[in-house]
Design a protein around this ligand. Structure first.
Ligand code: LMR
Length: 393
């Protein structure tokens, strides 16, 4: 069997890291994968995480299996972080999942149970893995208009027009905040309009919420999500602690089901547990225990919130410096849209040729389309990156 396989290409995002590592050039810059680095180029373990880990290490007495959906403490903590009490508890069911990707895969496998061969609408553009996760579960994908390459912001009219044509069989993937790759988010009134369309047309929103805290703040970043969830009967939220707790390698995330009432929610939860049992059986313990220990302890939680705000501040400062550096080099280009982008990424909407040229000639690695990880850009690299970008813009 194996000799007949075609050689699969490297992953368009994670494969970049391998290519970057293998690059011998001293000036190389890795702006590919969305991982936060501090100003020295380190992806730190947060202090709140270290503190939680010390306490857990001292107190742990067993490594027996967790329940399929994760511990009650973790599940309640996730619900508080996502919804802040805005939804009745009996309408929500949280299941721990291995990272945001695991949550999306579980969502795909849950959806396919109700809609075999169904279609998931994803924004154009979107995170590359969305295009692979849903088909891997037997669903097809189609793109809805999202980003205008002219205004470099959300093309809301085109987006709303397409979403208004979809019916109850459709599933629509939305990014809650810090849209990956564009950094262009819906405004609150736009979220309200999306919610109105979803409720009227009856399609199912699946919300990818991987960057809570990296846009405006932990509470602010869920405002759009809540505007949606308080207006629709059903939704799925896929969330992650990879970024906001720096728990990348611990694969700590959650799939949360929002149902019309307690009965529908419980039925969907029972199906999701079967899905989890077949995909990973029961979830990994460590990262979830850390997240629970942070979120359920006032002192640790306050310390963590400060660390999230600091990471967000570094990203904002770096984006402002990038925009300033580009403005001084290219006075003929309008960078207002770049300055307004939110989250880890800046999106330059570059042709593939320019992205390849930056990698080949300048050793600057970025994701296709010109997505830059601003959280990976170091102050000492800024001039080199601005000089190089100014040549291709
Ligand atoms: C990214 O978009 O770079 C991150 O979400 C990491 C990943 O898994 O692709």
């Amino acid at each position: 069997m194996f000799k007949d396989f075609a050689l699969a290409p490297a992953d368009p995002i994670l494969g970049l890291t391998a290519a970057y590592r293998a690059d011998p050039r001293a000036e190389k810059v890795n702006l590919g994968v969305g991982v936060f680095m501090d100003e020295t180029g380190t992806t730190p373990v947060l202090r709140a995480v270290k503190d939680a880990e010390s306490a857990l290490l001292a107190a742990e007495t067993s490594k027996s299996y967790l329940p399929i959906a994760g511990t009650d403490g973790f599940r309640a903590a996730v619900a508080r972080l996502l919804f802040a009490g805005a939804l009745p508890a009996e309408r929500t069911a949280v299941l721990q999942a291995p990272g945001g990707t695991g949550a999306l895969a579980a969502a795909a496998h849950l959806v396919v149970r109700a809609r075999p061969g169904g279609r998931v609408w994803i924004p154009d553009p979107t995170w590359g893995n969305h295009k692979a996760i849903f088909p891997a579960a037997g669903l097809s994908t189609a793109a809805y208009p999202y980003f205008s390459r002219t205004t470099r912001g959300v093309d809301f009219d085109a987006c709303a027009a397409t979403l208004s044509t979809l019916g109850p069989d459709a599933v629509v993937l939305l990014h809650a905040c810090c849209h990956n790759p564009t950094g262009a988010d819906f405004t609150l009134p736009q979220w309200e309009e999306v919610a109105r369309i979803a409720a009227e047309r009856g399609w199912l929103p699946v919300v990818d919420f991987a960057y809570q805290g990296f846009g405006e703040g932990l509470a602010e970043d869920r405002a759009g999500l809540l505007a949606l969830l308080t207006r629709v009967p059903e939704a799925i939220v896929c969330s992650s602690f990879s970024k906001n707790m720096g728990l990348y390698a611990e694969r700590t995330g959650a799939i949360t089901l929002v149902g019309e009432d307690a009965g529908a929610t419980a039925r969907a939860e029972s199906q999701a547990k079967q899905v989890a049992r077949t995909l990973w059986s029961n979830p990994p313990k460590h990262g979830a225990a850390v997240a629970e220990a942070i979120l359920s302890d006032d002192a640790r939680r306050t310390a963590w919130e400060g660390e999230v705000a600091a990471m967000c501040g570094r990203i904002r400062g770096m984006r402002a410096a990038l925009v300033e550096g580009l403005r001084t080099r290219r006075g003929d280009v309008d960078f207002a849209a770049l300055a307004a982008q939110k989250g880890m990424f800046s999106y330059l909407a570059l042709p593939d040729g320019a992205v390849a040229r930056l990698r080949e000639e300048k050793a600057i690695y970025m994701v296709a389309g010109g997505r830059i990880n601003v959280a990976g850009l170091l102050p000492r690299q800024l001039d080199y990156v601005c000089d190089s970008l100014a040549e291709v813009l």
